[in-house]
Design a protein. Structure first.
Length: 139
């Protein structure tokens, strides 16, 4: 008799789990970014192909893009299972040359560049941060 109560409980739990996932904005990597950068490639990677030291079991999705403008850059957005993972990554991530990283809610971002003009790079990162900023629900 007790088993009949498990089915509705499992259905509700799976419904909530599916709807709590972080969705990326459709224009997270637009054709032109910060009026300087033109997208040359856009890919969704398999979690197993992640090039960064992000725990595979915490990744829901990885989207990458390459841009050219005043230099070249590659950006990766990791959609993570929780905001806490992004915070932990940003605290433990090892800085490296020509790389910037940040977290935004359930997303962790890595941007690597080659010979990029500093101001144009800052504008790109600032725009990407705005695109990934958690949206507040309308009242």
């Amino acid at each position: 008799m007790r088993h009949r109560y498990w089915i509705p409980a499992l259905a509700v739990a799976s419904f909530l789990a599916c709807h709590n996932r972080t969705e990326l904005p459709p224009d997270v990597f637009p054709q032109t970014a910060a009026n300087e950068w033109r997208r040359t490639a856009l890919h969704e990677l398999a979690v197993s192909d992640s090039p960064d030291p992000v725990p595979r079991n915490e990744i829901e999705r990885v989207v990458t893009a390459s841009y050219e403008g005043q230099g070249k850059l590659d950006a990766r957005v990791y959609v993570l299972s929780s905001p806490a993972i992004g915070l932990e990554l940003s605290q433990r991530w090892r800085p490296s040359a020509d790389t910037v990283f940040f977290n935004s809610g359930s997303c962790f971002v890595v941007v690597k560049w080659q010979a990029a003009e500093r101001r144009a790079l800052q504008d790109f990162v600032r725009e990407l941060e705005k695109r990934l900023a958690p949206r507040k629900p309308a009242s």
